[in-house]
Write a protein that binds this ligand. Structure first.
Ligand code: ZN
Length: 291
């Protein structure tokens, strides 16, 4: 199959703000990448630090594991960060069985890493964004909601992973199945979506920095031809939540050398400090999310 070139379409179709992380189009291994399963995680990142403080580590990897560690990240605001079109070292050792098919490699997966410290409550917009993203990915994979699993379901041996914490994946699959039932877009909107990638490139919007995210969000809604695709209030919250400073995210400490071993079966783990934000990525978005 190769790269999943609809990564942006799937993200935008959720109606949530989308940030394209510089280099997303060529990030991740292309050869033999043939995903059929969506694996959902939590980052296990910092309690605070803005919308998506673990973005750097999800893009660059850890001392013991090459990035990318996810295809998508989802911030506390519900903002979707598009990280990679190729295989990401997200799920590690494990498997997921659907019918008579068993999938057991990162090459079989699309990984989503929502920001969460591993115990804090999930913001409602973030959960909604995640499950809409899961549905839009599955729609493009041509797979049913059964092909969605949590990392805690994938990981071997049982109990090796707990993410995403406190989320009942059976309930989650039911919600995603309902989203898959019908397109959320009209045929006209679908047509506009088909040309969205060209539109983005023409507008030079392949790397959205803080401050431009609001404009980007407005552009998405314009392309979709709908006044506000996000849940009520999200647009304003995002607009007022972005501080404009595209400054240093402020992570401390040397992330150490990144392994050069490609290793098809990595595992991001859920612990550790995020590394420095890579060049070209937005800084933290100071977002007040609902309790
Ligand atoms: Zn995980």
């Amino acid at each position: 199959m190769g790269r999943i070139l609809w990564v942006v379409d799937a993200a935008v179709a959720t109606g949530y703000p989308v940030v394209l992380v510089d280099g997303y189009l060529t990030r991740g291994f292309e050869t033999d990448y043939d995903p059929h399963v969506v694996v959902t995680h939590h980052t296990g990142g910092p309690t605070d630090g803005g919308d998506m403080p673990s973005l750097g580590i999800c893009v660059n990897g850890r001392v013991d594991l090459d990035g990318p560690l996810a295809n998508y990240c989802v911030g506390r605001s519900g903002t979707i960060y598009v990280v990679a079109t190729g295989k990401a070292n997200n799920a590690g050792v494990g498997h997921w069985t659907v019918g008579d098919k068993t999938y057991d490699s990162n090459y079989d997966t699309v990984g989503i890493e929502p920001e969460n410290n591993g115990s804090q409550p999930w913001p409602v917009f973030q959960v909604d964004s995640c499950q809409r993203l899961e549905a839009e990915i599955l729609r493009r994979l041509g797979e049913p909601a059964a092909n969605l699993c949590g990392h805690k379901e994938w990981a071997d041996p049982d109990g090796r992973k707990v993410d995403p914490h406190t989320i009942n994946m059976t309930t989650r699959r039911a919600a995603v199945a309902a989203l898959l039932e019908g397109s959320t877009l009209t045929p006209e909107q679908d047509a506009r979506m088909a040309s969205l990638a060209d539109y983005l490139i023409a507008e030079g919007m392949t790397n959205i920095e803080v401050g431009r995210a609001v404009k980007w969000y407005d552009e998405q809604r314009k392309v979709l031809g709908i006044p506000d695709a996000a849940p009520p209030g999200l647009a304003k919250k995002v607009a007022t939540g972005i501080t404009g400073a595209k400054g240093d995210p402020g992570e401390k400490g040397d992330p150490g050398p990144v392994s050069t071993k490609p290793g098809p079966k990595g595992d991001p783990g859920e612990k550790g400090d995020p590394g420095p934000s890579p060049t070209g990525i937005v800084g933290p978005i100071d977002f007040e999310y609902p309790a």
